[in-house]
Design a protein around this ligand. Structure first.
Ligand SMILES: [Zn+2]
Length: 146
């Protein structure tokens, strides 16, 4: 009997009992562990990235603070959405939607459940995009594409 394939973007591994393969799930747990630090450090990360993209020019303070505010809000809202869905469907009390660290802890605790959820692929795609959006470099990842 053929096993279903992992639903994470760019992954073609077979999975058993989950929608995400163990490797993608572990990668998401690692991403969740890094998000509070990225949230704190995203101003510095974005400043660096803008400088590289602009060929060495320092970004304007207004442009940068807008980008930081947007990236942080997007990160908080994405985590809040998945935390609320998890809490609601599991009948648990969810974390405070303004507390980034508490939400990442909660989602990590529920990573196995989320890896088996019908929306696991969406979860994987959003988290990966989120961490890239606040500065994490994914260019060396995804080498396990079969
Ligand atoms: Zn996978």
């Amino acid at each position: 009997m053929a096993h279903p394939h992992c639903v994470a973007p760019l992954c073609t591994k077979e999975t058993e009992g989950f929608r995400l393969c163990a490797r993608c799930r572990d990668e998401l747990v690692a991403t969740l562990s890094e998000l509070p630090r990225l949230y704190q450090g995203c101003e510095k990360l974005l400043r660096e990235r803008y400088r590289v993209e602009a060929g060495g020019a320092t970004p304007s303070a207004i442009g940068l603070s807008e980008a930081v505010r947007f990236a942080r809000r997007h990160l908080r809202e994405t985590l809040a959405g998945w935390s609320a869905l998890t809490a609601q469907e599991r009948g648990e009390r969810g974390p405070d939607p303004s507390k980034v660290h508490a939400m990442t802890v909660f989602l990590r605790k529920n990573a196995n459940w989320l890896a088996a959820h019908p929306r696991a692929g969406e979860w994987a795609a959003e988290l990966t995009e989120l961490s890239a959006g606040v500065g994490r470099d994914h260019s060396n990842r995804r080498q396990h594409v079969a």
